[in-house]
Design a protein around this ligand. Structure first.
Ligand SMILES: [Ca+2]
Ligand SMILES: [Ca+2]
Length: 94
């Protein structure tokens, strides 16, 4: 039974709602901001290899960090820009 469940692959794209909840959960210090390390951990979780996660973190912060404070504010348009970028990467649930 466990073997059966372990081998189910959903292989469908994350929905925006799922990603929104998931990405918020990476605010490990609960300061309402996603720092570079927190963003990087999210990309790692979603399945980016070492190279891709650094590139994607850099692009995500470049695109979404509107006030250039080095982190993504979860309560304003920075976060929605970040979610849109992550969606555009086309990660699948597996
Ligand atoms: Ca944080
Ligand atoms: Ca910011």
């Amino acid at each position: 039974m466990l073997y059966y469940y372990a081998n189910i692959t959903h292989n469908v794209p994350w929905t925006k709602d799922q990603l929104t909840d998931l990405l918020k959960s990476f605010d490990k210090d609960n300061n309402g901001q996603l720092s570079w390390d927190e963003v990087k951990a999210a990309f790692e979780f979603l399945g980016s290899n070492w190279f891709a996660k650094h590139i994607r973190t850099a692009i995500a912060l470049y695109r979404a960090d509107a006030d250039k404070n080095g982190s993504i504010n979860l309560s304003n348009s920075e976060f929605s820009a970040f979610v849109d970028y992550v969606l555009s990467c086309g990660f699948k649930v597996d």
